[in-house]
Design a protein around this ligand. Structure first.
Ligand code: AHM
Ligand code: MG
Length: 345
């Protein structure tokens, strides 16, 4: 079922019916995620009025100052997901340890990782923020999952998605069968299919990178961006445009609709921590979506979804977006480093 106007619940129930042996648990879990996103959309939208703007007096496990809404949206996710019996455990950007399902509730067969409010530095300036999630299977026979049970490659994801709280609230979803986009109809409180079978345009002349890090980049990245900036006067023979929202959900949504390349590469400032973005709840779900929409996603050395995780909060470099732009990159020897590992993906 992929008719424009279908509600997200009807859509996921129809997807479940395509799998006759399905127990309905994934459908139930996705329905819980949809409820959390609606609640978060409401809170983000009203944050200024109800006093939820600004910083909290705490730091998260990454040592980053938390916004009040980082903490509140994390609680919304946990409170919506921990009692319905679909999950065996959760991991969140905002919580250091694995979040266990309380003993009074039944355990399910899935694990979830999430960033409850990505791009939260943008809340106070009224720029789009979002929620990113990734669903994995809990290993057979495991009731109280540990970090090791979450250490599954991105290729093992069952479902991934993100919600972007922008001029409209949109939820983008993949279960490995393409990518579909739903818009929240606030009047009826339902996400409606508005963007069926999203595909990333293969060609682009738009790149997104935080240029203030330029002096810290590795040589191949320096070279690639320099060629983009040279435009028609350089070897690329076309003019490029640049965007940087500092909100990955907004950048990936833009790339899904009109193409582009998004880069948060490794640089000498962040080399010790392995990158800026987190593998398990940012890079992997976004890579699953981008690949399902016909794009590519790499660390610069390896396909992101083939990186073996070593920690729930592990960081990786991220380069993702339009296929032909990445193939163009591959053709240029000095930047080929960026795309090693994408062949055959
Ligand atoms: P966050 O999860 O703490 O919000 O950090 C992730 C965000 C991404 O959405 C965005 O691409 C990046 O951080 C922006 O980083 P910078 O401020 O260095 O440009
Ligand atoms: Mg984030």
């Amino acid at each position: 079922m992929s008719e424009i106007g279908t509600s997200i619940i009807q859509f996921i129930v129809e997807e479940q019916r395509a799998h006759p042996n399905s127990t309905g648990s994934l459908t139930g879990l996705m329905s819980d995620i949809v409820s959390s996103c609606k609640k978060i959309a409401h809170l983000v939208n009203r944050s200024g009025i109800i006093g939820l703007g600004g910083a909290a007096e705490s730091e998260n496990v990454q040592g980053e100052v938390q916004k009040k809404l980082d903490i509140i949206t994390n609680d919304v996710m946990v409170d919506h997901l921990n009692w319905t019996g679909h999950l065996a455990g959760m991991a969140s950007e905002e919580i250091e340890e694995i979040i266990q399902i309380p003993d009074e509730f039944p355990k399910g067969k899935y694990l979830i990782t999430f960033d409850p409010l990505d791009g939260s530095s943008n809340i106070d300036v009224n720029i789009s923020v979002g929620t990113i999630f990734s669903i994995l299977r809990c290993p057979e026979g495991v009731d109280n999952p540990t970090v090791e049970d979450f250490m599954q490659k991105g290729t093992e994801q069952v479902c991934a998605g993100f919600c972007v709280y922008g001029p409209t609230t949109m939820l983008i979803l993949t279960t490995g069968n393409g990518v579909n986009g739903f818009t929240l109809d606030r009047d009826v409180g339902e996400f409606i299919l508005t963007h069926p079978k999203m595909t990333i345009p293969e060609d682009t002349a738009e790149f997104a990178i935080n240029m203030s890090n330029q002096r810290f980049w590795e040589q191949p990245v320096q070279r690639y961006i320099e060629e983009c900036v040279q435009g028609v006067e350089g070897s690329r023979d076309k003019d490029f445009n640049m965007r940087w929202n500092a909100s990955m959900v907004a950048e990936v949504y833009r790339i899904l609709t009109r193409g582009g390349i998004f880069m948060y590469p490794i640089d000498s400032k962040i080399a010790k921590q392995g990158g800026k973005l987190r593998l398990m709840y940012e890079a992997n779900p976004m890579s699953f979506i981008v690949e399902q929409a016909g794009g590519l996603s790499s660390t610069g050395h390896q396909r992101i979804m083939e990186v073996q995780p070593t920690g729930v909060h592990q960081r990786v470099p991220v380069i993702l977006g339009s296929k032909n732009e990445e193939l163009n990159l591959k053709a240029v020897p000095p930047v080929s480093l960026l795309l090693v590992g994408l062949q055959g993906s």
